[in-house]
Design a binder for this molecule. Structure first.
Ligand SMILES: Cc1ncc(COP(=O)(O)O)c(C=O)c1O
Length: 381
């Protein structure tokens, strides 16, 4: 069947292709170590599970307001006050079906045909496809390990406000784990870009690093955040965005039409996560910190280069130049021959990405040790 011209450059999400191949290997009886998918192996905090179960039993299984339960929007507003000392009115908070729905609605609301959105390359694989899907044009802003994968003002200067009226930054970043410096946000705002700040990995930072919400910089910044990563709630499909007052009704209309409302039991889980989840998040963060050290040191011993140590999220973006200049075929061979799944750098853009593989430390330390052993045999065998 003929598909839309709009999809001509719509790429597959390669990590999902790798996962799907790993699942078929498992179906054939092989044991695969999964370091490809950016999905926590933890269960959500117990109060979240209790709240979701209770919601179902109590009959909270109907649609809610398209922008989410008011009590959840209030809980998110309290969270900004408590964690960042920033006041955000619940009325500016739109609850969404994961942050993925937030991006779809945002780009749909903001972009006219052909309009550009600046984003770091490498960067989160789905951003360019969201932009293409609504007829916009992704503009790659190349970043490099030489600057610790920072989107510096010098790097962002390769585009203009006319070419990329909107710039999106994820910090901590997927796939590099970089925290973007406050000066970059300030520079982009002063230059006149509309800024979208993806803060989904906030709370997952290591070695004493700290993060601030971009909401502290200006009321015009748009922040997207969600429950998938730090609360280990990927399957609950729950996120939110904070938008300027003037955009709320537009998002409301889009949400009513495209989603009707975010999942109701998950919204009750979201309230419990914000009110009772902090201790659980801290336990997960400490465990991620140990996995991170184990993986970085282990990969370095095997000859991968980790010239920049990720400060946040749960990924190591390791250079493979010693072994290959084709990250896709390297990952395919690694999966088929060593039964270790990881994501080729080319999933995240075009700038020097063939030299990198992303390893996610979203599996336990025993799995990481097993993967490192397998890689040692594979690379030296
Ligand atoms: C940077 C970033 N933003 C957004 C998402 C989407 O998450 P979700 O739709 O589960 O909220 C991901 C998922 O991997 C991500 O890495």
């Amino acid at each position: 069947m003929k598909t839309s011209q709009r999809l001509s450059e719509f790429t597959s999400f390669i990590v999902m292709d790798i996962l799907e191949e790993a699942l078929s290997l498992e179906a054939q009886g092989h044991d695969v170590v999964h370091l490809e998918i950016g999905e926590p192996d933890f269960s959500p905090p117990p109060p979240v599970v209790d709240a979701m179960c209770r919601a179902v039993v109590d009959g909270h299984t109907h649609y809610t307001h398209s922008l989410g339960l008011w009590s959840l929007r209030e809980a998110i507003s309290d969270y900004y006050g408590r964690v960042y000392g920033v006041e955000v009115s619940p009325g500016r908070i739109c609850v969404t079906t994961g942050t993925s729905a937030a991006f779809l609605m945002l780009f749909g609301a903001l972009l006219d045909a052909g309009q550009g959105v600046g984003m770091s390359d490498p960067g989160y694989a789905c951003y360019p496809n969201f932009v293409r899907f609504v007829g916009g044009r992704p503009v790659a802003l190349p970043i490099s390990v030489k600057d610790g994968f920072q989107l510096t003002p010098e790097r962002a200067a390769c585009t203009t406000v006319e070419e990329s009226p909107i710039v999106i930054i994820s910090s901590p970043a997927n796939p590099t784990g970089t925290l973007t410096a406050r000066s970059t946000y300030e520079w982009l705002l002063a230059r006149g870009h509309t800024l979208i700040s993806d803060e989904i990995y906030h709370g997952l930072v290591y070695d004493g690093s700290r993060v601030e919400t971009a909401l502290g910089l200006s009321e015009d910044v748009i922040v997207v955040d969600g429950f998938s990563k730090r609360y280990a709630m990927t399957g609950c499909r729950l996120g939110w965005m904070v938008v300027p007052e003037s955009l709320v009704r537009t998002i409301n209309r889009i949400s009513q039409n495209l989603f009707i409302s975010p999942p109701t039991p998950s919204q009750y889980g979201g309230i419990a996560a914000l009110e009772h989840g902090d201790g659980h998040v801290e336990c997960m963060r400490l465990e991620y910190g140990q996995r991170r050290r184990l993986l970085i040191d282990g990969l370095a011993r095997l000859g991968f280069e980790v010239a920049f140590e990720p400060q946040g999220a749960f990924y190591v973006f390791a250079e493979i130049s010693r072994f290959s200049d084709d990250s896709y075929s390297f990952c395919k061979r690694m999966l088929r021959e060593a039964h270790v799944a990881a994501t080729p750098g080319v999933d995240f853009g075009k700038h020097e990405t063939n030299r990198y593989v992303r390893f996610a430390y979203t599996r336990g330390q025993d799995c990481i040790v097993k993967a490192l052993d397998r890689l040692a045999h594979w690379l030296n065998g």
